[in-house]
Design a protein around this ligand. Structure first.
Ligand code: FPP
Length: 232
């Protein structure tokens, strides 16, 4: 019997190029974000077809507050209206939604939309989509350390105890991190998890991504040899 090539169990995606997509069409940057949301839906379905179990999307970083007030407020509005607003879609396709990041720093309406969406999709079992919101890898590590110190005063922290204090400690490790729009950096995304993740960068702008891009990612992942510091 032919052996199926391995696909990442957990894929991390840095969505980049929404602004450039809009600029190329003389549209406001916000139009790129709206189109980017459609790409998120296509990509979740594509990942699900490939048998990927978990996809983490970098939707808003701890540094994205530096953008114009208008762009930040559009994105917050998008999270409020589209997170829970797509509930029918998630339930039809068995999509469980989880959220990772410093949620207490988000507007109350976003926190509310997050809480209800996570609650209302908790029994969906085809794929888990994790939305990184007000997320920064350094911030997550600092919060994990502080949580550990609060619960274990005077004890030395270990890699295992740090990992178990991250935002969603029961998720499988991220196998591959990909980024769109031809930029080649991590930008504070999943810093702890990226230690042994495979990395790949693609030219296409995020709003143009669809299921075929996920198929290509899986083909690229299948060619990688993972050694985790050992020998093959
Ligand atoms: C980066 O492109 C994109 C973002 C910072 C926002 C991504 C958010 C979405 C696609 C919406 C997702 C919503 C939900 C509910 C999951 P950029 O603006 O930095 O692009 P540029 O580098 O071309 O300017």
């Amino acid at each position: 019997m032919e052996k199926k090539p391995a696909v990442p169990v957990h894929l991390g995606i840095i969505m980049d190029g929404n602004g450039r997509w809009a600029q190329k069409r003389s549209l406001p940057r916000t139009a790129g974000h709206l189109e980017g949301l459609k790409a998120v839906k296509r990509v979740i379905r594509g990942a699900s077809e490939q048998g990927i179990g978990f996809v983490t999307f970098y939707a808003f970083s701890t540094e994205n507050w530096k953008r114009s007030e208008q762009e930040v407020s559009y994105l917050m509005h998008l999270f409020v209206s589209k997170l829970h607003g797509e509930l029918g879609y998630y339930n039809r396709h068995g999509i469980r939604i989880l959220v990772r990041g410093n949620l207490s720093g988000l507007p109350a309406q976003v926190q509310q939309a997050v809480a209800t969406t996570v609650q209302d999709t908790r029994n969906n079992a085809t794929i888990t989509a994790i939305i990184a919101l007000n997320y920064g890898g350094r911030d997550e590590i600092c919060r994990a350390v502080n949580q550990f110190i609060a619960n274990h005063p005077g004890e030395a922290i270990t890699e295992t105890s740090l990992a178990s204090n991250l935002d969603l400690p029961h998720l499988p490790p991220v196998d591959m991190i990909v980024r769109s729009a031809n930029e080649q950096r991590l930008s504070n995304f999943l810093l702890w998890d990226s230690a042994y993740a495979e990395l790949a960068f693609y030219e296409k702008l995020w709003p143009d991504w669809d299921a075929e891009d996920i198929q290509r990612i899986c083909e690229d992942y299948g060619k990688r040899v993972r050694k985790f510091g050992g020998v093959q």
